[in-house]
Write a protein that binds this ligand. Structure first.
Ligand code: PLP
Ligand code: COI
Length: 354
């Protein structure tokens, strides 16, 4: 029987898959919860969203997503505490960034209530899918793509906005080694690097495959001009600790304005750590690694949380980072996850209880 939550129609599955899931051994983003949110753009406007059973979708072969890659996405997480209360972290920032991405890709922007109320209704229906194990959470993937038809290279007239969710464990397994890129570029001035456009990730796969063949997990992108400055990694922003100063690059139209990144800056400053937001040259990181001033490097992102980097490669040379006892990365990771999972106060007002 269909029900309504906050004006949103719910069609429940009759075949829940939840009993097939091993919640003690969750990978990242590989099993999907029973339901999804679907919202269609047609006749010039977004239609009411609906929660429906998770299922395949049919698209015309001429749908513009296939030919021109008109698609954007977000990444968020829902956390459940010991009392079974459910929390989101800065969800309006994800909503706003989705629309920033959409605008750049000529995709119609979504109304806030369709996103927020749709997400809340979906999480209510799939509440049992939100893991409680330490280090696990429900990864949320909102995305919008061109479902409208035609080979004309112009924006589609129909779109789909879906939200799917996946109970997930950590993004990386084992030590993370990165390769500082010297040849390929992820983004360029005036391009779409700041948007979470699907094509930004497709363009990274080949250079990342080359890096994986050499024994690294991710590429650290450098500026497209001279490959002189460290920008960000494939799925996370980058921080380096030089002596006791934490440094991260400024955002620009080439770099994703990460929600974890800006939260880390605030948490580090709260702790009294000196934070510099400035351009970081590859040269200074290599020199700091050689002199011993480079204490830590870590990536920050929703999926990756805070992932310490064990070493990096540059121009056929490998540099290992020291294995310190008390790292900024471990402090910052605990502080941010305690806020996200309702284990501590949230002086910043980031946590949203459902
Ligand atoms: N940079 C890129 C390219 C990403 O894909 C992500 C992940 O979303 C991030 C940075 C981190 O952003 P956030 O902290 O908002 O998840
Ligand atoms: C996220 O951290 O949510 C992301 O979107 C990264 C993704 C490419 C796995």
């Amino acid at each position: 029987m269909n029900t309504i939550i906050n004006d949103i129609e719910i069609v429940k599955t009759e075949n829940s898959k939840i009993n097939d899931v091993d919640f003690d051994n969750l990978k990242f983003g590989s099993v999907f919860s029973d339901h999804m949110l679907e919202c269609n753009f047609k006749d010039g406007k977004w239609q009411m969203p609906k929660v429906i059973p998770y299922s395949s979708i049919a698209l015309d072969p001429s749908a513009k997503i296939f030919h021109y890659g008109q698609s954007v996405f977000e990444g968020m997480k829902a956390y459940k505490d010991a009392n079974d209360d459910v929390f989101l972290f800065r969800p309006l920032d994800n909503f706003n960034r989705l629309n920033i991405s959409s605008k750049r890709l000529a995709i119609p922007e979504l109304p806030e209530n369709y996103f927020m109320e749709g997400l809340k209704a979906l999480l209510k229906v799939d509440d049992a899918w939100i893991p409680t194990n330490e280090g696990s959470s429900l990864y949320i993937r909102p995305f919008v793509f061109a479902s409208g038809q035609g080979f004309h290279a112009s924006p589609a007239d129909e779109y789909k906005f879906l939200i799917c969710t996946a109970p997930s464990g950590s993004y990386f397994s084992g030590k993370v080694k990165v390769l500082i890129e010297e040849t390929y570029s992820r983004s360029a001035n005036g391009g779409v690097g700041f948007a979470k456009a699907g094509g930004n990730y497709a363009g990274q796969f080949y250079p990342t495959q080359l890096a994986i063949e050499k024994g690294y997990q991710q590429v650290i992108w450098t500026d497209d001009n001279a490959h002189e400055y460290i920008e960000e990694a494939g799925a996370m922003n980058i921080f380096v600790r030089i002596n006791d100063t934490l440094v991260t690059g400024p955002t620009s139209d080439r770099i994703l304005d990460g929600i974890t990144r800006k939260s880390i800056i605030a948490i580090a400053e709260e702790k009294g750590i000196t934070v510099e937001v400035r351009k970081i040259t590859v040269k200074e990181v290599v020199e700091a690694a050689k002199s011993g001033a480079l204490k830590e490097m870590f990536g920050a992102g929703t999926a990756a949380v805070i992932s310490p980097i064990a070493g990096f490669g540059y121009k056929d040379e490998d540099f290992d980072l020291p294995e310190l006892e008390d790292t900024y990365a471990s402090y910052l990771k605990k502080r941010i996850t305690d806020i996200q999972t309702n284990k501590s106060e949230d002086p910043f007002g980031w946590r949203v209880k459902l």
